[in-house]
Design a protein around this ligand. Sequence first.
Ligand code: SF4
Length: 413
Amino acid sequence: MKDRISLYVHIPFCVKKCGYCDFLSGVYDERTQARYVRSLCEEIRFLGAAASGHTVSTVYIGGGTPTWLDLDAMETVLRTLREAFSVSCDAEMTIECNPGTVTADKLQMYRMYGCNRLSIGLQSAKESELRLLGRIHTPERFLHTYDMARKAGFSNINVDLMTGLPGQTLDDLLYTLEYVLRLRPSHISTYALMIEEGTPFFERYGEDVKRREAGEKTLALPDEELEYRLYKMTQYVLEENGYDRYEISNYARQGYACEHNCAYWTRGDYLGLGVGAASLAGKNRGSNVSDLEEYMRRCSLLAERGQEALWQDDAVKKLQADGFVSPFWDGVQTLSRQDEMEEFMFLGLRMNRGVTRRDFEGAFGCRIDGIYGEVLKKLREEEMLVTENGRIFLTERGRDLSNYVLAHFLLGR
Ligand code: SF4
């Protein structure tokens, strides 16, 4: 692993499950939440010792709804994290928040433990759209939360928005964008609604997804053309208002790009803590077990019988690879050089600044043209990307068609 690493901490609890959500999250009683916090702290202490000598430059506490955890429980998590890891004094520390789940006391406590960035899930400023999505908040509750966060000293706030909602018009989205812009948050993320199998939304709108894929007229979801116009309008309005689209779905005022996400896109090492959390450690990718009870069982085994017993456990013994491996993972994938090159391109080109020839050579010891020369030439001719002063980045057309462009960087297998 590199000297500087990032941490992701997963809190899988929500007040209520939203209709479209397929994240690893759910509604659990207080007893389970308390058991989870104890388990998570075990893992934090274990990984902190394993990563001693590494400095943490970004922390992201996500979920679920981390701010739903009661004050004492989250304080225990943050204190344990601070004690176990060497967190840089200028680290970016983000906590995800849903409107209506924080109090002034909670916000003060997050600040006390170094959280300096809040990511608030607004999704829409229209009450009818929030109801449709199954969210628990209203626009007024969001404003109240935003105001409390500012008063608590959070100057770096992200607001998450969703586009492509059932029945959404250009005017609806414009209303939400203008509502948020009045607050001038430092960062805005916009994601298109995905209809995932197994969710109530799939039951309701699965037919529309098929129609859209077939290029047919949809019933409730925006069709392809409207989806594209929603996406372009978002870009236009946010850029006109001084937000830099530094990544396909992310906009920031100058100096406020999310360092944690940039670490992902530049393939920095990160450790995931908590149920289902993903890690990249050198050449090894792994994800913690996604079954809550199995995750907590492993943590109890560690607490009661020590790490020798945990490594000898049947479920853990099979984890074998060179380099860093965690006994909380449910498998490990060792990346080949080819995998790493593909990731370097896929992830790096998501960012406006793209990738550099020098970084590619530094990472792989060979020239980028020797591997991707033909692809770069083709995409340049199609005006999808530009090479300038050793930097390679997507054009606006390339970003609009990013799925098509990025697929070219898969190396033949
Ligand atoms: S609040 Fe977020 S994580 Fe929780 S159910 Fe809704 S979308 Fe999923």
